[in-house]
Design a protein around this ligand. Structure first.
Ligand code: NAP
Length: 305
């Protein structure tokens, strides 16, 4: 009998994973915040995934975090700023046998989760898949991509990667998951905050090359000096390539701000600045940009943490 996948967070990525696992016939249960959300979910009939214009509903069973049954495998699919509290809400159901898969972008939330549940194995993920909600319990699969998974503490891949293969979730076990997470964080820091401050698509940064180059230099220096030299390799060239390849897209941070949603700033730019300070690395432009972004978010009435 396969181990049940408990998916906490019925948002974009949580739904994208839960529906594909369920479609493959694997046991999946959705963990919702409270009884009210559970009733609303049950009334909707299930999770709907919209793929290539076709909407299909999957009646994945739901439960609340307070439910007593033990959890052996937990896919944590909430935002970075919710991760620690979300894990705390199910801590009574976890044990030394539990494995957690952490889908959060950025860095910082993974350590917070691991400290909350020191016995459980924490596997970090970095994904280039894209999805968005176009209604409650309904998600559009917007961009095919890849998910890298890895455990900084244990290099051995878990056997359940076969489940991902069966579910058609493109993935790879990564021995250097921290390098991947840092690289993605650095790309994000060099692009996303500037698109918010200059109110532009990614391609608009081609008019702000000097600013981008200065940030890349500081980020490369920081990565090299905080033990992540591989994540610094050719960073400016990759930032330039991403800006060109995604010239017509709005960054995720831009979209969060435009939709008046909380950003993950503390786990991206905020984390970079905190690590710079901890290592005594000067990063004045990153710090200045963080301050500008905080003022910008405050002015819009959005959380700046
Ligand atoms: P999302 O759509 O906002 O979904 C997050 C979900 O978590 C929401 O349904 C929220 O419930 C739920 N949640 C939060 N705290 C909870 C708790 N204590 N108990 C139960 N449910 C809880 O977020 P997302 O876009 O899937 O992003 C998840 C992570 O993946 C982020 O770090 C993001 O940066 C990363 N990521 C996303 C994408 C993408 O394309 N979406 C791509 C790559 C990486 P409520 O609705 O009730 O608040």
């Amino acid at each position: 009998m396969s181990t049940t996948w408990h998916v906490l967070g019925a948002g974009s990525l949580g739904t994208l994973w839960a529906t594909r696992l369920a479609r493959a016939g694997l046991p999946v249960r959705l963990v919702l915040r409270n009884e009210q959300r559970l009733q609303a979910y049950r009334a909707s009939g299930g999770l709907t995934l919209v793929e290539q214009g076709q909407a299909l509903c999957y009646p994945v069973p739901g439960e609340t975090a307070q439910s007593p049954e033990p959890i052996k495998r937990l896919l944590l699919a909430c935002k970075a700023y919710d991760a620690e509290a979300a894990v705390a809400s199910v801590a009574h159901r976890l044990s030394a046998e539990t494995e957690l898969i952490l889908l959060q972008n950025g860095l910082g939330s993974q350590d917070a989760v691991a400290n909350r549940v020191p016995l459980a194995r924490c596997i970090c993920a970095s994904s280039t898949e894209g999805a968005f909600r176009d209604g409650d319990w309904r998600v559009v699969f917007a961009g095919h991509g890849y998910t890298w998974l890895g455990d900084p503490a244990h290099p051995v891949a878990p056997v359940w990667l076969d489940d991902l293969g069966a579910a058609g979730i493109p993935h790879e076990w990564s021995a250097d998951i921290l390098t991947r997470l840092w690289r993605k964080l650095a790309l994000n820091c060099a692009i996303n905050p500037l698109t918010v401050l200059h109110h532009c698509k990614n391609g608009g940064l081609q008019e702000h090359r000097c600013e981008v180059a200065t940030l890349c230099a500081e980020l490369s220096d920081l990565l090299e000096r905080c033990g992540q030299p591989a994540a610094a390799e050719d960073l400016p060239a990759e930032v330039e390539r991403v800006i060109q390849a995604t010239a017509h897209n709005y960054s995720s941070m831009y979209q969060d701000v435009a939709n008046q949603r909380r950003t993950e700033i503390s786990y991206l730019l905020g984390h970079a600045c905190a690590v710079a300070q901890r290592h005594g690395v000067a990063a004045p432009h990153l710090e200045q940009m963080r301050q500008r972004l905080i003022v910008h978010l405050d002015n819009l009435g959005l959380p700046s943490d």
